[in-house]
Design a binder for this molecule. Structure first.
Ligand SMILES: NC(=O)c1ccc[n+]([C@@H]2O[C@H](COP(=O)([O-])OP(=O)(O)OC[C@H]3O[C@@H](n4cnc5c(N)ncnc54)[C@H](OP(=O)(O)O)[C@@H]3O)[C@@H](O)[C@H]2O)c1
Length: 292
């Protein structure tokens, strides 16, 4: 049986854009959606790693519609470039999966004056999604899937320091947790703003998954190495995002948080609508989408 015979058809004709498709959860998600026949573009920051993943996904899935775009999503100008190149080359966008993310353990600012974890995990998805909204709306019913984390529980946001500041902490209890809470607040606010126009927005925690992200755990690494034996494989971890991207069961479902492909309540702070509205306005200014 040729590889093409393995292609399922349920995502045939669906245009999917996924960030961070060369490793971990992103690669496993890309592989699953390619096998379903999606017209898939993965955004990666490294040409060689991206090309290797694109080739492997195309080969293993038998899907010839797998493309690669290169961008360093830490930088707002790169997010703008990738959005504009995608719009120029595609008529539609059915599913946007904001998956790329990292957990930086040291404080560094990007050229935009943003702490790196906030830049990559929150401001990049915020800007990319907004720049692609017209394409999503034009392709409705369409979906935005944001990969958050259980680390958002326990986090809180200080909007005066939303760009991140030295000394505010890193990891799950610091910048990482805050970035993932901001992503949940963004998802819910987006869902409210898009209500009724056929674009859904949901977010998820994939589980504890054996990927490169744990290499950033620094001092915890011996512990995480031990814990990694009990973690999910990327393929199992990817199931919730694949479900949100492709399942008919969640057609029309919007503004929800998922774990194990099941709706779950996110943190109390994530349901603060006033905070979500203020975060949206501030993020519009910081990303240059509105005059600051
Ligand atoms: N693994 C878990 O247990 C877990 C739990 C909760 C949430 N998550 C979330 O799941 C998502 C995927 O992470 P993962 O666990 O699969 O980790 P991963 O294997 O490290 O994958 C992260 C992906 O993001 C890409 N990326 C990193 N920095 C980038 C940049 N500046 N520009 C463009 N792409 C960049 C990486 O590319 P490179 O290969 O070039 O670095 C990689 O493709 C993240 O949002 C993470 O926060 C993971």
């Amino acid at each position: 049986m040729g590889a093409n015979a393995l292609l399922q058809e349920n995502m045939r004709g669906k245009v999917v854009l996924l960030t961070g498709g060369n490793s971990g959860l992103g690669k496993a998600t890309a592989m699953a959606l390619a096998k379903m026949g999606a017209d898939l573009t993965i955004v990666c920051r490294d040409q060689a790693r991206g090309e290797a993943a694109r080739g492997e996904i195309a080969e293993a899935s038998g899907n010839t519609s797998v493309s690669l775009m290169i961008a360093d999503l830490l930088l707002l100008r790169e997010v703008r470039r990738v959005a504009s190149e995608f719009r120029a080359s595609h008529q539609r966008l059915d599913v946007l999966i904001n998956n790329a993310g990292s957990n930086f353990t040291t404080y560094t600012e990007t050229e935009d004056g943003l702490e790196r974890t906030m830049a990559l995990n929150y401001f990049a998805p915020f800007l990319l999604t907004n720049l692609l909204l017209e394409a999503l709306e034009g392709s409705a019913p369409s979906r935005v899937v944001n990969v958050s984390s259980t680390a958002h529980y326990g986090a809180s946001l200080d909007l005066d320091k939303i760009k991140g500041e030295r000394g505010m902490g890193t990891g799950g209890l610091g910048a990482y947790g805050r970035s993932k809470l901001a992503l949940v607040l963004f998802t819910y606010e987006l869902a409210r703003r898009l209500e009724g126009n056929g674009v859904t927005a949901n977010c998820l925690h994939p589980g504890a998954v054996r990927t490169h992200i744990w290499a950033h755990a620094g001092a915890l690494s011996p512990l995480t190495r031990l814990a990694s034996q009990f973690m999910l494989s990327p393929e199992d971890g990817a199931k919730t995002q694949v479900y949100l991207a492709s399942s008919a069961e969640v057609e029309g479902v919007t503004g929800k948080y998922f774990e194990k492909s099941t709706q779950k309540r996110s943190s109390r702070a994530s349901y603060d609508e006033a905070m979500a509205g203020r975060l949206w306005d501030l993020s519009m200014k910081i990303t240059g989408l509105s005059a600051g």
